[in-house]
Design a protein around this ligand. Structure first.
Ligand SMILES: [Zn+2]
Length: 251
């Protein structure tokens, strides 16, 4: 049994490695399927043994085999996170179609968060790809179109209001991505996802101001928080909502 989970983790780590490549190539409009990976420092083409998720980084002690420059910690970190998320999704949803839907969402959100952290925007192509995937997967699941539209509304309307009020504090990409999350999660889980995003964003934002890393007016990329909220909601959202309803005496 342990071997299966290890396999799922390694598969998730390999997908994470691919998402790293996507997050690097999509903003630069490079084709992300074709073309060999290069060392970002010395541009030396990387061989298969340089591209084994996690292991290559550990074996090479975090340095490029060719120019010995340090490799960004971001690569193994994303592989690690992706591996753990894959295990979590399968643990929660089992070997099911629902698990596949959630894995696609996790992949898109991880890529969007990486791009927002580095480039401070969300590519329309990625949102569009997510919308198509979310719609196809939801129909395959028998979700009525009204629920899809309502989910997208739940994701878009509160974010659009903040976008209009904050005048640049929230990006248009955040609004679109939130609408995409709504298509995947439906309105209830999306409302929870947004709540968790704002909560985590506020906590981390205040923390960064307190330790002096950011000024009170500095923009902080919001997609990582959206991704966090959506992933937590997709994994444990129903439990959290039930717990809240019981706790508050509404149920
Ligand atoms: Zn190099």
């Amino acid at each position: 049994m342990t071997a299966i989970w290890l396999l799922i983790f390694l598969f998730g780590a390999a997908v994470g490695s691919f998402l790293n490549v996507c997050a690097w190539r999509i903003p630069q409009k490079e084709p992300f399927i074709l073309g060999r990976s290069l060392c970002p420092q010395c541009k030396h083409p990387l061989g298969a043994r340089d591209l084994i998720p996690l292991f290559s980084f550990i074996c090479l002690q975090g340095r490029c085999r060719y120019c010995h420059e340090k490799i960004s910690l971001r690569y193994p970190l994303v592989e690690l996170i992706s591996g753990f998320l894959f295990v979590a999704v399968v643990l929660v949803h089992g070997f099911s179609f629902l698990a596949v839907v959630n894995l696609v969402l996790v992949g898109i959100l991880l890529t969007a968060a990486l791009i927002d952290l580095e480039w401070l925007y969300v590519p329309n192509r990625l949102v569009f790809f997510g919308l198509i995937c979310g719609t196809i997967l939801s129909f395959r699941f028998g979700v009525p179109i009204g629920a899809l539209v309502f989910g997208a509304f739940m994701g878009t309307v509160p974010m659009l209001a903040i976008y209009l009020v904050s005048r640049g504090g929230m990006g248009a990409g955040d609004v679109k991505l939130s609408g995409m999350i709504g298509v995947f999660l439906g309105w209830r889980l999306t409302a929870l996802a947004l709540f968790l995003s704002f909560l985590s964003g506020a906590v981390v934002g205040m923390g960064l101001v307190i330790i002096g890393k950011k000024g009170r007016k500095d923009a902080i990329p919001f997609v990582p928080f959206l991704a966090f909220g959506a992933v937590v909601a997709s994994l444990w959202g129903i439990d959290i909502i039930n717990w809240y309803l019981t706790f508050s005496g509404l149920k």
